[in-house]
Design a protein around this ligand. Structure first.
Ligand SMILES: Nc1nc2c(c(=O)[nH]1)N[C@H]1C(S)=C(S)[C@@H](COP(=O)(O)O)O[C@H]1N2
Ligand SMILES: [Mo]
Length: 504
């Protein structure tokens, strides 16, 4: 009877140890949440709405803390259960923890726009569980021989168990401390007031109204994300400055408040990644607010001979931007708001650079701290060192969103649609081609915003059977999108997006 309690204790302590290391990993990676709140949120998601409402009425405003406490109690009981399972068979205990890990993984990865890095803390947690369980239960199993030491196995177990318990508390507290800075920056971001910063919502007529095409305006949660740092820098606006220097007459250093007080510029702009394959998802569109770089650079006084701007971020990432693209009237800016809200931390809070018409890797420096006016000859940037071109103007491109590749539709008149873009140039038209036949014009939604993608729609006549659909765009210079296929490396993919679908 007494040893049963010890087995349960072993499971419980192993469980707590895993929760602690998982939490520390998550905070270190700058991720929100922990396995317990993830599972609590999963419970909310899978509870039918009517039942959830009744429960909430029952427990009043304390529903969330109550739910989290409830989940925690159940989880602790399951940990103890896993300990008891290993008394019966070591494999069963391991299996129990693995199942719990899978539930945690599902809870984490089914969250809205969950980053894949969320898998890591769960992996660390499961490994901790198994290691602690193995070590603790070793002293509960009948020993085939005595090793001659004076201490009996049960006392050793208790000693080890207290060690695991204390270790879990220490690791948990460390996690809390590591997460503290990020929590403080989150709070500072929430508390920011940016009076006058707007979010007008999509202009009239920019959507063609076909289900399945990406929304014209991308919400912050859905905005694609690319960065080289494992955990995004958390920078308080009070700690942020940007320095503009190099080949200039007067060096300028600006604080966040000084930047935000300057004349404001707001615009729609589509951002895309050079590594996006033809038809790929690494492109999004938002309403941005910031301060124009043109004015700042003119104030600094750019010297003759400079042709590049080397930008450096808080995490040491660098990019090289053509100076001309920051001095002309395209609207290059130091942006501090996205869709009317302060930038999300993952998208460069407190300030990032945006230059319409250039791929992100040569222009859109997140967490920007240093802007050096210089020459392309004098430096290499993060991605140019890794085989990508120094220059990265956006290529004319288009994408089919509907129907999805390999999808099945009803034969006859089939509505197809998607997106086309070439920022800083603009899209004049889009054409589609069915089964290698003639090119037929698509209808593009209201144009005139040359820095944003356009939605397009067309109707094709599809007989029963298999079909191939291709799309190409024409830009405002009259140039037709090339059919020549290029890989993303070194300066962006090209070629027509082509999909297959079947009709019956
Ligand atoms: N500091 C920093 N800025 C960065 C990057 C990065 O890795 N680190 N990636 C760049 C690349 S390759 C792209 S495509 C855009 C993506 O911006 P987003 O994550 O806000 O969509 O940011 C750019 N700015
Ligand atoms: Mo990118």
């Amino acid at each position: 009877m007494r040893t049963r309690g010890l087995w349960a204790l072993a499971g419980l302590l192993a469980g707590l140890g895993g929760l602690a290391t998982s939490y520390l990993t998550a905070t270190w990676l700058g991720l929100r949440g922990n396995p317990v709140t993830d599972v609590a949120e999963l419970v909310i998601r899978v509870t039918p709405g009517s039942l959830a409402e009744r429960l909430i009425q029952l427990v009043g405003h304390h529903d969330k803390p109550l739910l989290v406490t409830g989940v925690l109690v159940v989880v602790l009981l399951l940990f103890a259960g896993c300990g008891l399972l290993s008394r019966w068979s070591a494999g069963a205990g391991i299996g129990g923890f693995v199942v719990l890990g899978v539930i945690g993984l599902i809870a984490n990865q089914t969250q809205y726009a969950a980053p894949a890095t969320g898998i890591l803390p769960i992996l660390v947690g499961v490994l901790t569980w198994l290691a602690c369980l193995g070590v603790l239960t070793a002293y509960l199993r009948p020993q085939p021989f005595r090793d001659g030491s004076a201490m009996d196995p049960q006392r050793r177990f208790l000693l080890l168990a207290s060690g695991v318990g204390v270790g879990s508390v220490v690791v948990g507290l460390l996690g809390w401390k590591v997460g503290g800075h990020r929590r403080a920056v989150d709070a500072a971001r929430e508390a920011l007031a940016l009076p006058g910063v707007s979010n007008p919502g999509p202009p009239a007529g920019v959507e063609v109204g076909l289900d399945g095409i990406a929304a014209w305006q991308t919400s912050a949660n859905r905005f694609y994300r690319i960065d080289t740092s494992l955990s995004p820098p958390a920078i308080s606006p009070d700690d942020w400055t940007v320095r503009i220097h190099g080949m200039v007459d007067h060096e300028i250093t600006l604080s966040y408040d000084e930047l935000v007080r300057r004349p404001r510029s707001e615009m729609w702009m589509t951002l895309n990644c050079v590594s996006n394959p033809v038809g790929g998802p690494l492109i999004s569109n938002a309403w941005w607010t910031g301060t124009r770089l043109k004015g700042l650079l003119e104030e600094a006084g750019v010297r003759r001979g400079a042709d590049a701007v080397k930008q450096t971020s808080d995490d040491g990432w660098t990019c090289g931007t053509p100076l001309s693209a920051m001095l002309d009237d395209r609207g290059a800016m130091l942006a501090y708001a996205m869709n009317g809200e302060p930038l999300p931390i993952e998208h460069g809070f407190p300030v990032r650079t945006l230059v319409p018409g250039l791929y992100g890797y040569v222009s859109a420096c997140k967490w920007v701290r240093d802007i050096e006016v210089t020459t392309f000859d004098s430096f290499t940037a993060y991605w140019t060192e890794r085989g990508w071109s120094a220059q990265g103007p956006v290529k004319l491109a288009s994408r089919i969103d509907v129907p999805g590749n390999g999808h099945h539709v009803k034969a006859g008149s089939v509505r197809v649609g998607g997106l086309a873009w070439q920022q800083n140039t603009g899209i004049a038209g889009v054409q589609v081609q069915l089964d290698g036949g003639g090119w037929q014009p698509a209808t593009i939604a209201r144009k005139s915003l040359k820095d944003s993608w356009v939605q397009w729609v067309a109707t094709v006549d599809a007989a029963p059977g298999g079909h191939r659909l291709a799309v190409r765009a024409v830009n405002d210079d009259g140039q037709v999108q090339t059919a020549v296929r290029a890989d993303p490396v070194p300066n962006g993919a090209s070629g027509w997006h082509t999909i297959t679908f079947s009709a019956d």
